[in-house]
Design a protein around this ligand. Structure first.
Ligand code: GLU
Length: 281
């Protein structure tokens, strides 16, 4: 009797050992670091924006285009994953940390500013671009010339969970009526139909929208913050972060970085940088 129980116990112990070993070294384990997982699975789920022209845009034919999409594809390739192995997932601003923490995406390239607050929840590779918070207004508006002109009766739209919305709340909250949406394209609709007077987010994002409707929209052009775009991944995945940084560096050095900016945003009223920012240690 006892020997049977002992034997059963030993079998269970052996099985759980085997499972642990599997989990630790197996490719599809969610606990494996990003680089090993990509190498073994040849698949990645990547979070991007779906509605930001020039950066991350789902096109009518179902493909995805933009600078962030190119950065994501380049990193994937360096990790051993072809474009056909990528599943794209929409990563709205307020959902990004959660998507990473829950393992619903392997990493995120979505105009995602590196901040100390976010670093408590996720890790960041990069930065690979520096943008500046700005304002988008209707072309015929001459009353809004910078954040200081957002006085009492002006209505401003931004996106929940974004750094610009937080910045406005902290610095201009008493002066302006802030409307928060889930995506920037919803803010653009509100700006065009007169529901709000301005949209605030990063200049590069606003320039992409202005390019789509140059007769109706213009960027004010007074950047009032530095937004360091990073690639978000699981907190403390040091190996994954190093692999991402190596890929970004390669993309910058072989000319792909500058070429992608030119292809995706060269037509926008935006002075594109010629040199990339230094990658954080
Ligand atoms: N870069 C800012 C942020 O990460 C604004 C753009 C965005 O919401 O994606 O919050």
């Amino acid at each position: 009797m006892w020997s049977r129980i002992l034997r059963a116990g030993a079998a269970v112990a052996a099985l759980s050992l085997a499972l642990t070993a599997c989990g630790g070294g197996g490719g599809s384990s969610s606990s494996a670091n990003l680089a090993d997982k990509a190498k073994n699975d040849k698949k990645l789920t990547i979070g991007i924006k779906f509605d930001q022209p020039g950066l991350g845009l789902k096109q009518p034919n179902g493909t995805y285009a933009g600078f962030d999409v190119d950065v994501a594809k380049y990193i994937a390739k360096q990790l051993g994953v072809d474009e056909s192995g990528i599943t794209w997932k929409e990563a709205q601003s307020a959902q990004r940390e959660d998507l990473i923490k829950k393992g619903e995406v392997d990493f995120i390239v979505a105009t995602y500013s590196i901040t100390d607050k976010r670093k408590n929840e996720v890790s960041f590779g990069g930065p690979y671009f520096i943008a500046h918070q700005d304002l988008l207004v209707r072309s015929d508006d001459t009353s809004i010339t910078g954040p200081e002109s957002l006085t009492g009766n002006k209505k401003l739209c931004s996106v929940k969970g974004s750094t610009p919305a937080q910045n406005v709340k902290d610095k201009y909250a008493k002066e302006v009526q802030l409307l928060e949406r889930a995506t920037y394209s919803q803010c653009i609709t509100s700006l065009l139909n007169g529901e709000v007077d301005a949209v605030t987010t990063d200049d590069i994002i606003l320039a992409g929208y202005a390019l789509q409707q140059p007769d109706k929209l213009k960027v004010v052009g007074k950047g009032f913050s530095d937004e360091n775009y990073g690639v978000g991944l699981k907190k403390d995945d040091t190996q994954g972060r190093t692999a991402i940084n190596d890929a970004i560096q390669k993309m910058e050095q072989d000319g792909t970085w500058a070429a992608s900016l030119k292809t995706n945003l060269g037509q926008a009223k935006y002075s594109l940088p010629t040199t990339p920012p230094a990658i954080a240690p």
